[in-house]
Design a protein around this ligand. Sequence first.
Ligand code: GLN
Length: 484
Amino acid sequence: MHKKTLLELSQTLRKREISSVELTRYFLSRIERYDSQLNSFITITPELALQQAQLADDSYKAGTADLLTGIPLAHKDIFCTLGVKTSCGSKMLDNFIAPYNATVVEKCQAAGMVMLGKTNMDEFAMGSSNETSYYGAVKNPWDTAAVPGGSSGGSAAAVAAGIAPIATGTDTGGSIRQPAALCGLTGLKPTYGTVSRYGMIAFASSLDQGGPIAKTAEDAALLLNVMTGFDQRDSTSLDRPTEDYTAHLQRDIKGLKIGLPKEYFGEGLDHEVAKVLEAAIKELEQAGASLHEIHLPNTHLAVPVYYIIAPAECSSNLSRYDGVRFGYRCENPKDLIDMYKRSRGEAFGAEVKRRIMIGTYALSAGYYDAYYLKAQQLRRLISNDFQQAFQQVDVILGPTSPSVAFNLGEKANDPVTMYLSDIYTIATNLAGIPALSIPAGFVNQRPVGLQLLGNYFSEARLLNIAHQYQQRTDWHQQKPQGFA
Ligand code: GLN
């Protein structure tokens, strides 16, 4: 069952070969059996899951079931879930039971999907390795000495090990695509504004976007169909007609123009990863695509610009955690200021504190123009690079991550090296364009991710290319050993 795609699971349910309650029990027992090796869940919700599964079975009986009804999924613990702990990977929210559902959660529930639980993540989604979580690091199913990537590392590890059929993630600078790459999965960050941020705990509001982490492009398209849509409760949600992201999966890719940015294949990219990508590029060429060298001249600015904008926005967003209304409060505060200081000092981890301090500094009077304003101007240049490129090519192809999964602890004490591991993913968030990562091979038995970037609203096209690639290759069907 855990090897089946969403469509296969859907057919199995529809034919009543299995009930949703049975399917849910199956995945719950896999979580019980394997998650102690991975630490991919913060909260498991068996009772709620079985209730939702029962409702799904009822709707099959009544003939009202949708395509994904009865299929279990896991939500990143950044999405608020009514009555269920929503920690965002932080001690700050360790006691927080969300009083409402995020729009994404609501939509999955309305589609009849069954929530297995909430997945582990870097604290407030700040990290690339899942090592900043208050609940401990997540391990990569391909090699438990390696990180699964971050910040949606719990979602990625759970799907890769087949303990959840699919999961949600969020991506502020790569947090869907990089863990998908490091765990051999398909992960998509949609165009900014496509997936509602209502109830998705804010990190950097102008960059954050939810999306699917899946085994295949087809699965990702199916969950994206459920996740997207205009939401009045999110002021940056885009009011446009909904799309069927599976509609173009079968199209061939003859005549597709793929841009290869010189800046994405130079220094810094692991040699072996580059070789794997070369083979994948050849495969796409054989499928009828043409290759074009392009330039994204401001690529080198993406990491520095992001590390002004994201901390600036997070310092503002995280000011709400003050010990007053919800979340952690220190013991016996002397006065209000003492409460603020100790509550925040005791409950935030080192990476979160580092970002709040950088962001507060960058936004302070006297420095605002030099840092934040400057970063916003450079952000425009980065965005313009993409617009120029999309006049010449349909999509851009590059690595997702400069290397395969690194070992736990390897970069944990070196924030700058850690930040550089997002060098290929960050620019898309700054520009707001969609991008996805698909598995393209292995280096030392660790998966390599290939990234495709498209212009605004090109998700269906990106998924089409990814699906066509997956029709011709079987990297996405490889499974880590030890989770049979
Ligand atoms: N790794 C990046 C960071 O630490 C991106 C995280 C994300 O996309 N949430 O900020």
